[in-house]
Design a protein around this ligand. Structure first.
Ligand SMILES: O=P(O)(O)OC[C@H]1O[C@H](O[C@H]2O[C@H](CO)[C@@H](O)[C@H](O)[C@H]2O)[C@H](O)[C@@H](O)[C@@H]1O
Ligand SMILES: O=c1ccn([C@@H]2O[C@H](COP(=O)(O)OP(=O)(O)O)[C@@H](O)[C@H]2O)c(=O)[nH]1
Length: 560
């Protein structure tokens, strides 16, 4: 397929970001506190950046053709009891998705290291150039835990939990977004591509465009974009839309998300839209600039399917899968759930349904078991603390009620595991339960499929995941709010004839192996770089030969 091409990097494609070695200080530099860092103080000041303001300096060899900007770096720093600094892979699907592309390109990844009050020098981790953005402890509380994960996250996930609106959080969000924009502006070569990711950084595209109008800016939202009626609750809804419209291309997981965004643009601005295109003409500050077009479309994200497929076929992973089953007492049916411990994932609904199946006698602990991995997430946010209490209380009650010696009803782990262990769990599981109440994509569903080269296993998949659009024909789709319906589907999965499950799994595997993450990033970057330039004379350093790949259809001719 067509799309952006990148200079080859020294590393072979496909390595996974496992727990990392200790950081080489020569490479990473000493950790410094934010307060110690004058540059940081300057760039994090309260003052609004004016159009045309000078951008922080970087040395010429620290400029890139491709700059990825995401809240998190692909690795998190941790400091052990002896003060030694090491890193491990950051949680969540964003890193799973972007890691392979970044390892294959000569780009830089701008993000937060996961630690408070540090400002680090750029470093290489797993062959990705990482450029840290420092956050103070207060900013983590206000920008990350507050506005990102207690305002935007619940709002964008169908208000499953009530969002909180605080002006102080919004101010921190703006300030931190500006810091990310400044860092990206300083790192990008003339005419470079900057790809901004996710809800934590929605103001970055417009800020960056103001600082660097020469850049080609893409934005991808990994989580759903809510319907107008919900989005409108946000007191700063216009500023968010304006922030996103700084991009040339705004990508979403599902066509419905892109349609929601375009509807918000139509209602909250005076701009004209036509299908996927929005014409931006209100550049008051820069009247010399011609009108520009912003395209909004769906680009469903994926995984490094071939890599996961190969990983699951290694003798070590296969042996570990057998070991897991043996340790569980070789049940007839092993069901599996793997999620960040997040209220969007429908963990409570799943466990409730499982408990009722045991109570009804439709499943027994000698016959079946549920393994639930709930990896720690956002532990300082109240809703996540409450969720942990609820889930662990429920698991304890069900185990107390139905467990027998040698047969737990539910094997619950509040840990995060490396990819090898995930692959072994997927291989061991007869039924994979993905019951999210709302989920941008859900890469776990795709990983399960990629791991099953034996064509066995059944995927139960919530219709409220992005993955349901592509995997709906092979998975058993469920509505997790309908507990009785969910119970029936779980029993159907546990008792499915091998002939039917093989047929379904083959269908699923075709979808996942064909549409991998390389294709996703090439399609997005291909569309981004093929959009007509506002600077036709300027030679682009990207992909002059690319034919324009097609994003997924968004709107059915809805114009205004
Ligand atoms: O960084 P955290 O606050 O620890 O959260 C982890 C990540 O969670 C979210 O993942 C989303 O992206 C996945 C890949 O596109 C998608 O499959 C999933 O449905 C989304 O929930 C979040 O969007 C990331 O920014 C976080 O880093
Ligand atoms: O213990 C764990 C739990 C999850 N994951 C990975 O985290 C990602 C979760 O992505 P998903 O899109 O399903 O959800 P998110 O957490 O991003 O909302 C997947 O690649 C999982 O393999 C992991 O490596 N170890």
């Amino acid at each position: 397929m067509g799309g952006a091409t990148f200079p080859e990097r020294r590393q072979e494609p496909g390595g996974s970001l496992g727990p990392g070695p200790e950081v080489n200080n020569k490479q990473s530099g000493e950790l410094r506190t934010v307060a110690d860092n004058e540059t940081q103080q300057a760039s994090s000041g309260e003052a609004e950046t004016e159009a045309g303001r000078a951008v922080p300096d970087t040395t010429p060899d620290e400029r890139y053709d491709l700059v990825v900007v995401a809240n998190r770096l692909p690795v998190d720093f941790t400091t052990d009891d002896d003060g030694a600094i090491s890193w491990k892979r950051s949680p969540g699907g964003l890193v799973t998705a972007l890691g392979p592309m970044m390892r294959a390109s000569e780009g830089a990844w701008v993000g937060w290291s996961g630690a408070a009050d540090t400002e680090d020098d750029p470093f290489d981790a797993d062959d990705i150039r990482c450029v840290p953005v420092g956050l103070s402890a207060a900013e983590i509380e206000l920008y990350y835990e507050g506005f990102s994960n207690d305002t935007l996250w619940p709002l964008y996930h169908d208000v499953i939990a009530p969002p909180s609106f605080h002006r102080q959080w919004w101010e921190a969000y703006r300030k931190v977004n500006r810091r990310f924009a400044e860092k990206a502006a300083a790192l990008a070569k003339e005419g470079a591509v900057v790809w901004v990711h996710d809800y934590q950084l929605q103001l970055v595209p417009a800020m960056l465009r103001e600082m660097r109008p020469d850049l080609r800016i893409g934005f991808f939202n990994h989580i759903p974009f809510p319907p107008l009626e919900i989005f409108s609750q946000l007191p700063w809804r216009r500023q968010v839309v304006q922030g996103l419209l700084g991009a040339d291309l705004v990508g979403f997981q599902r066509a419905g998300d892109a349609a929601n965004f375009i509807r918000a643009v139509r209602r909250l601005t005076d701009l004209t839209t036509r299908g996927q295109m929005i014409t931006v003409t209100d550049d008051e500050a820069r009247r010399d600039m011609p009108a520009r077009h912003v395209r909004a479309a769906a680009f469903p994200i994926s995984i490094d399917s071939a890599h996961f497929d190969a990983l699951a076929q290694t003798p070590e992973v296969q042996a570990r899968a057998r070991e897991i089953r043996a340790e569980l007492g070789n049940p007839r049916v092993m069901m599996l759930g793997v999620d960040r411990l997040d209220y969007t994932k429908g963990i409570r609904h799943r466990i409730k349904a499982y408990g009722e199946l045991l109570a009804d006698g439709r499943l027994t602990v000698t016959d079946a078991t549920l393994v639930q991995v709930a990896s720690p997430s956002r532990e300082n946010v109240d809703a996540y603390q409450q969720l942990r209490e609820d889930v662990e209380g429920l698991v304890g009650r069900i185990n107390g009620e139905y467990g027998e010696i040698g047969h737990s009803a539910i094997n619950y782990m509040h840990h995060s595991y490396p990819a090898e262990e995930m692959a072994a769990l997927y291989l061991a599981a007869d039924v994979m339960l993905v019951t999210s109440l709302r989920d941008g994509m859900n890469l776990v569903a795709k990983e399960y499929v990629a791991a099953r080269s034996d064509d066995q296993g059944v995927l139960v998949l919530s219709e409220f995941t992005g993955a349901a659009d592509e995997l709906g024909r092979g998975a058993l789709l469920c509505n997790p709010h309908d507990i009785d319906g969910l119970k029936d589907i779980m029993v159907r999965a546990a008792t499915m004839e091998p002939r039917e499950s093989r047929k379904r799994m083959r269908r699923l595997r075709r979808a996942v192996l064909e549409n991998d993450v390389a294709r996703w990033s090439q399609t997005f970057l291909g569309v981004l770089t093929a959009l007509p330039s506002r600077f036709p004379d300027r030679e682009r350093s990207y992909d002059a030969d690319a034919r324009e790949p097609e994003p997924h259809d968004v709107l059915d001719g809805e114009d205004s």
